[in-house]
Design a protein around this ligand. Structure first.
Ligand SMILES: Nc1ncnc2c1ncn2[C@@H]1O[C@H](COP(=O)(O)OP(=O)(O)OP(=O)(O)O)[C@@H](O)[C@H]1O
Length: 341
């Protein structure tokens, strides 16, 4: 059966707004002033079936509010929103069968019960056919390595184990769309790797559409073919990772270890960034080849070592937010995991 929403996008937002009215204490002790917060300020996008999209932005940008509208928890103040052809706020229960939701900072599992009991309850609540439930459970237990944890009460699980438990619970009813709000927050590197591998496989095998908010840019780099950047409730970028680099004018860096301390290196196609003793950092456009810069440096200077550092999307995004990048030299990654916090 062909459905029209599939042609237009499984998730569709047109000029969606969410305005919160907040009351706070005014100048007089007894009066409370009303103030409006535009958490989402006219957002339009569409996500096709099978896409894995990163939805990122600084704290308070409007990411969680968007996800809550997409699940029907919050009603938009304006605009039009459809998920699998359903208006989430109007038909929240019907939509619940089509979507899975994982909020990294909260659990949907029953705290005092063994993990498997939460799954049994989900089985009943969603009226999942027995064979399908067993098949999905087996698959999740296998891929998320939950076997040894099924009889453990949820409160005794580590954060990483609980997160894997939550992801499984969100997938037992075969949702077409999975919303993940900070799925790797607080997890150690091993757990993060496991969760990312699982999501990649889920998308490749089942074609599950994933919308993911995260502060961890490694999630984006490893999972998402598309990134949407939101700031102050507005979409400021929607496209591929490469385009994000272009939009931010990102640069790669050449780290040069000289035999001794020397004045700033001067070679065509690169600019001097900084020096620390005999080590110097040069920057060149991410779109350019490193070869001519490397050759020019090697020809003119006494070298011990050279390395190229890839541009870091954290810096590119920080530029978009109008804030400054963190430590580690402008525009490149020092090592390992990164975050926008
Ligand atoms: N229930 C609410 N009542 C009033 N204001 C709210 C409410 N929920 C969110 N806001 C405000 O809306 C804005 C967007 O919040 P939201 O939680 O969507 O941001 P976020 O991008 O998810 O941030 P974070 O990365 O910190 O989770 C913020 O200014 C927040 O204070």
């Amino acid at each position: 059966m062909t459905t029209t929403h599939d042609d237009a996008g499984l998730i569709q937002l047109e000029d969606v707004e969410k305005v919160f009215e907040v009351r706070r204490r005014g100048k007089s002790r007894w009066k409370r002033e009303k103030r409006q917060v535009r958490a989402v300020d006219g957002i339009t996008f569409s996500v096709a079936r099978g896409e894995v999209v990163g939805y990122i932005g600084p704290n308070g940008a409007g990411k969680s509010t968007t996800i809550k509208m997409l699940t029907g928890i919050l009603t938009p103040s304006g605009g039009r929103l459809r998920v699998a052809g359903i208006d989430p706020a109007r038909e929240r229960t019907r939509l619940a069968r089509r979507i899975g939701v994982v909020f990294g900072q909260r659990t949907t599992l029953w705290w005092d019960l063994p993990l498997i009991d939460s799954y049994r309850l989900v089985h009943r609540m969603y009226r999942i056919p027995d064979a399908r439930y067993r098949e999905n459970l087996e698959r999740c237990v296998d891929l998320l390595e939950l076997g040894a944890l099924l009889d453990v009460p949820v409160r005794q699980l580590s954060l990483g184990q609980r997160m894997r438990g939550d992801i499984a619970a969100a997938l037992l009813h075969d949702p077409e769309v999975l919303y993940l709000d900070e799925p790797t927050i607080g997890l150690d590197v091993v757990s993060k790797t496991r969760v990312r591998a699982f999501l990649r496989e889920l998308n490749a095998e089942r074609g599950t559409t994933v919308l993911l908010t995260t502060h961890d840019l490694t999630d984006i780099e490893q999972l998402c073919g598309r990134v949407m950047v939101i700031d102050h409730g507005r979409l400021v970028y929607d496209g591929g990772l490469a385009g994000l680099h272009e939009a931010g004018g990102s640069e790669r860096q050449l780290v040069v270890d000289l035999e001794r301390e020397l004045p700033p290196i001067e070679v065509p196609g690169a600019r001097f960034v900084r020096a620390e003793g005999p080590r110097q950092w040069l920057a060149f456009p991410a779109s350019a080849s490193a070869a001519p810069v490397v050759a020019a440096v090697a020809e003119r200077y006494p070298l011990l070592d050279l390395s190229v550092r890839e541009p870091d999307i954290e810096t590119v995004i920080a530029k978009m937010y109008g804030s400054s990048p963190g430590v580690g030299g402008p525009g490149t990654r020092e090592a390992g995991e990164k975050s926008l916090r």
